[in-house]
Write a protein that binds this ligand. Structure first.
Ligand code: ME8
Length: 646
């Protein structure tokens, strides 16, 4: 049986989990589920990295001992993952005895073979990065990452003879083109190897300076340096050297990381493995960074995206779908709630959700909820089956190559194709014409394809996939479904089974009104929670409440795009006052500025003026949603600007 071992980085416990940690872990989860469905045995590892200066400093700033502190933060990670439907098989902590033992045994092995030596080292040490910088690497004398002045430290330490393995590593990368992927990172690593001598790696810290680490087995005055400790977690969790898991899973090891820790994983780690006499991992899979408005997430900027808040606002599966669909693996991507809502509404509510709810309700209307037996076939059925096969093939091959976005794009060809199939076959007309033989086939083709889509979506949106299958009367068991087989089998859905009456897995979400900016230009904290799923009804209001509204007819005179926000227009309307009134309105997706000039609209004139992205908005223009579009409320004939609406 093929096996698949997937790991995330073990995350530092100096901060709470954020979008970036969630992304890597969701990708790993998705891959693990995908490979399970491809018929492989999988092992999925995540965990926390708990030693080093950074952790000691974070603990101190919280008035806690390092152990107390790491216990708390590690638990935050451990508890987060089940709530994100993460199916990891193990969670490793670098403070666990099983990890410490393996680190010490590998250190001893490499020391005994002569690849670790004692020497003096002087360098510019950045505490933030926990590493020494050479003069050349500093920017104006400062750490390039933290913009702080590093401390010059000269001390005796242990070094790993990494330089010895440079040629072997270059050779290995050249012989195994997908050892590091995507290609841009492979090239980056080859560039690093070619750009100069590969220095030896300082792997220790004197206990005088740092005690919170793993003691060197050959010198009790020293602890290991962060990478020689952390990377070994990938072996420790498999019970290296004698564990069954190590034998079974190590040959299929796939590490998943972001570009920030490329060098330790692409250079330090394979050379460490080589020195310890262990085969290199199979693939290093490197993704880009999630940015927020093209800026790095940072606590001090206040733009850190919290995964749980996203889950609460939009639902876990919509969040997972968005992350996998939006980021092109390897590239950086910008996160925004607007983009998430856009995808949720278009791909999930509209395309997928509609397909399910339309088909289920037709099955009830025409066949009392029972899966019909297919009967008369038409050429269009063969066409849609072919489209389905191509879509699934494309999904499976792209997904396996970590091209999640393209895989999903491929699968959506089928989702959209099926919606078109409904429109072309017009089941309502077949029903009206009492053509039940043809209608049976059409509904069956739809339901069986929906089953296939739901199975393929399990790695992406496990909960929704299981619900979709349940709606089709199927109990999902990942061991019983197999993606490659889905390409050939047709007709697994049993005629005579009953399907659910309706499906509303992905309710549409309203685009939030842009929030007024606070003085420092950031939205307030609670505003993240402002998104609510659409509710159908509200309570009643008193007539006096209604009277409080000052609604008037305005005639649009000038319109321009908001300089800083694509979705907003600056609309200047004549509301019968001395000056034009500017309203900032989020309708740019639906109307070009020129289309609006001369239109009469309803303006809520006594809304408290506020600034939207630095532009004054004096009121609101009323509009109504219609399908995917938007219509403006307008009087049925010309009226004077400023006329009151009552
Ligand atoms: O580096 N976008 O831990 P860490 C995407 N302990 N992914 C992001 C991200 C972003 N903006 N920010 C963080 C460490 N990540 C070491 C690892 S492994 C042996 C030791 C994710 O807590 C991404 O996976 O700083 C990145 O590689 C990782 O978090 C860094 O996590």
């Amino acid at each position: 049986m093929e096996r698949f071992y997937i790991t995330t980085p073990i995350f530092y416990v100096n901060a709470k989990p954020h979008l970036g940690h969630a992304y890597t872990t969701i990708v790993a989860d998705s891959l693990s589920r995908f490979h399970r469905l491809m018929g492989e045995e999988t092992f999925f590892l995540t965990g926390t990295d708990e030693h080093g200066d950074k952790i000691v400093q974070a603990a101190e700033s919280h008035g806690q001992s390092p152990q107390e502190y790491v216990d708390i933060i590690s638990k935050l990670f451990r508890d987060l993952w089940p709530s994100m439907n993460i199916s990891n098989n193990d969670f490793i902590r670098t403070t666990e005895p099983r990890h410490i033992e393996v680190v010490q045994s590998i250190l001893q092995k490499v020391y005994d073979s002569g690849d670790i030596y004692f020497g003096e080292y002087g360098g510019h040490y950045c505490f933030g990065c926990e590493r020494f910088y050479t003069e050349k690497e500093l920017v104006d004398g400062l750490c390039p990452d933290h913009q702080t002045k590093p401390e010059y430290i000269a001390e005796k330490n242990y070094f790993f003879k990494m330089s010895k393995y440079k040629d072997w590593l270059r050779d290995h990368i050249n012989k195994n083109p997908d050892f590091i992927r995507p290609e841009q990172y492979r090239n980056e690593v080859l560039g690093l190897l070619d750009s100069g001598d590969l220095e030896d790696l300082c792997i220790s810290r004197p206990k005088l300076r740092l005690t919170w680490g793993i003691e060197l087995p050959f010198d009790k005055d020293y602890v290991t340096y962060v990478w020689f400790d952390a990377l070994i977690n990938y072996l420790a969790a498999l019970d290296y050297p004698n564990g069954e898991k190590f034998k079974e899973f190590w040959p299929s090891a796939n590490h998943l990381i972001a570009k920030d820790i490329l060098k330790p994983h692409a250079i330090f780690w394979p050379t460490m493995l080589k020195a310890a006499g262990i085969e290199p991992y199979k693939h290093l899979n490197v993704h880009g960074y999630w940015l927020v408005k093209d800026t790095k997430m940072s606590k001090s900027i206040g733009n850190v995206i919290e995964p749980l808040a996203m889950k609460d606002s939009y639902g876990l599966d919509a969040f997972r779908y968005f992350l996998l669909r939006e980021m092109s693996f390897g590239q950086d991507s910008s996160f925004s709630e607007d983009a998430l809502i856009g995808r949720l509404n278009a791909d999930l509510a509209n395309d997928l959700g509609n397909l399910f709810s339309r088909t289920l309700s037709m099955t009830h209307k025409y066949f009392e909820g029972v899966v019909p037996r297919p009967d008369v076939e038409d050429i269009i059925d063969a066409e849609i089956k072919k489209l389905g096969q191509d879509a699934m093939k494309s999904f499976q091959s792209f997904y396996g190559e970590l091209k999640f976005s393209r895989g999903l794009e491929g699968l959506w060809e089928l989702v959209r194709g099926l919606n078109k199939y409904i429109d072309s076959t017009a089941p309502w007309t077949l029903y009206k014409n009492e053509d039940m033989a043809r209608l049976s086939t059409v509904i069956y083709v739809l339901l069986e394809n929906m089953r296939k889509i739901a199975v393929h979506l399990w790695p992406v949106m496990p909960e929704s996939s299981e619900k979709m299958l349940e709606q089709l009367g199927i109990n999902f068991d990942p061991e019983k479904f197999n993606l490659p087989k889905e390409l050939d089998v047709w007709g697994l859905l049993e005629s005579g089974d009953t399907v659910a009456k309706s499906s509303n897995l992905f309710p549409r979400v309203e685009m939030p009104e842009p929030k007024p900016e606070t003085q420092n230009g950031k939205n307030g904290k609670n505003e993240k929670k402002s998104m609510k799923q659409k509710t159908e009804s509200g309570g009643t209001i008193e007539f006096e409440d209604f009277q409080k509204l000052d609604m008037r007819i305005g005639t649009v005179k000038e319109v321009e795009k908001h300089p800083d926000a694509d979705r907003l227009l600056l609309i200047r309307v004549d509301t019968g006052e001395d000056e034009l009134r500017q309203v900032v309105s989020g309708i740019a997706d639906h109307f070009a500025p020129d289309d609006l000039i001369g239109k009469q609209v309803v303006v809520v004139a006594n809304l408290k003026p506020r600034k939207l992205r630095k532009q004054l908005s004096q009121g609101m223009i009323l509009a109504v949603k219609s399908g995917d579009g938007l219509q403006l409320l307008t009087p049925s004939g010309d009226v004077d600007s400023g006329s009151k609406v009552s």
